[in-house]
Ligand binder design. Structure first.
Ligand SMILES: *Cc1c(COP(=O)(O)O)cnc(C)c1O
Length: 376
């Protein structure tokens, strides 16, 4: 019997494992024919708020909208500066350009892939208003340092938690907070392949601030304070009821799925431990990581990737071109710190298959191919 190919993310296997619950939830929405807002959306917003330990969750259409609406709610002026990594998905800084804010790109720590707190302060100016920590690959950014810098300079923190839902930051004073629920605002994506993915597009903004929550809700609904009363310019960004119903089912499985991902990451690290051409991601026992991606640094990365592909093993480079080198960002006003670690990472990183369904024998097969490549 031919072996089934290993996918990067096995959405179908995950669906089949919860098929009855999902099918029932979708037919419930079809039966109610309440497709926009309504009880499923309210239930999900409340459930996610409770899970995160935060006062307000507002469902929106996707993770990019979540970021854009969060920044619209903060009401910055044209030319205000926002500190962001360059080593992230384009959406993080794209919305800054669209809102005529200035992204200030700061380098990441090559060991953690997250903003390097030692390099943030040098990039702060009189116009700096906020920092966007991105909990990249599902590992918490160094929030303790980021909070102390933001307190010192009076900056907002907007967490891009598209990749980090369920991760936890353990503070030195013993308190534990879920990523996304630490800063002034947190943003989430429910794109299908994210750790909590729906079956289409979805996103959310969370905050503990009542005023910001109200503003986010208004902006996502055409700036309406009451029906047909528009107090400000907004947009149309809704989490639809079918997606919310799916997320209500899947949120109950998230802890277990994230645990599977963490265990898979640990197993990869064991399997790859004696391979000197590969540097494994750090498993940080002080915090809780959720391994949205399992990302190695590999010698001869492009050749390795081509070899794996020829052997039927998928892998992805997140990210090949840093944002400060993308054409889109060269044409908007931006500021760049020294980004040598970011640039070096772009030539080395390779993400291997990881999800809630991956099996040990698949990981062994993947690593055997990696070992064969370096033996050649
Ligand atoms: C996926 C992602 C987004 C955007 O989410 P969408 O739902 O695709 O709009 C933003 N930031 C990061 C870091 C992401 O990984």
């Amino acid at each position: 019997m031919a072996k089934t190919a290993i996918p990067m993310v096995n959405l179908r296997a995950q669906y089949l494992s919860i098929k009855d619950e999902i099918d029932e939830a979708i037919s419930r929405v079809l039966d109610s024919s309440i497709f926009i807002n309504g009880p499923e959306v309210q239930k999900f917003e409340a459930a996610l708020a409770e899970y995160l330990g935060v006062k307000h969750v507002i469902g929106v259409a996707n993770g990019t909208d979540a970021l854009q609406i969060a920044f619209m709610a903060l009401g910055y002026e044209e030319g205000d500066e926002v500190i962001t990594p360059s080593f992230t998905y384009a959406a993080t800084a794209e919305i800054l350009g669209l809102l005529k804010l200035t992204p200030v790109f700061v380098d990441v720590d090559p060991n953690t892939y997250n903003l390097d707190p030692r390099k943030i302060e040098k990039s702060i100016s009189a116009r700096t208003k906020a920092i966007i920590p991105v909990h990249l690959y599902g590992s918490p950014a160094p929030m303790e340092d980021i909070i102390s810098i933001s307190n010192k300079y009076g900056l907002h923190i907007i967490e891009d938690n598209a990749q980090g839902i369920g991760a936890e930051y353990h503070f030195e004073n013993g308190s534990i907070k879920k990523t996304g629920a630490i800063g002034d605002l947190g943003t989430f994506s429910f794109f299908p392949s994210k750790n909590l993915g729906c079956y289409g597009d979805g996103g959310a903004v969370c905050t503990n601030d009542d005023k910001l929550a109200q503003k986010v809700r208004m902006i996502a609904k055409h700036g309406q304070s009451k029906k047909y009363i528009h107090d400000m310019l907004g947009c149309n960004s809704r989490l639809d009821a079918i997606q919310a119903a799916i997320l209500n089912v899947k949120l109950n499985h998230l802890e277990r799925w994230n645990y599977t991902r963490l265990n898979a990451a640990k197993f990869y690290n064991e399997l790859l431990a004696d391979l000197e051409q590969v540097e494994c991601p750090i498993i940080d026992e002080n915090h809780k990581q959720v391994f949205h991606q399992y990302t190695i640094k590999a010698e001869n990365r492009d050749e390795l990737q081509a070899y794996l592909q020829s052997e039927g093993i998928p892998s992805v480079v997140y990210y090949k071109i840093p944002l400060h080198k993308q054409k889109a960002f060269i044409n908007i006003p931006n500021r760049k710190g020294e980004l040598s670690d970011t640039e070096a990472l772009c030539d080395k990183v390779l993400s291997l298959p990881i999800d809630s369904e991956i099996a040990e024998d698949q990981q062994i097969e993947i690593v055997n191919h990696i070992k064969n490549f370096y033996k050649q």
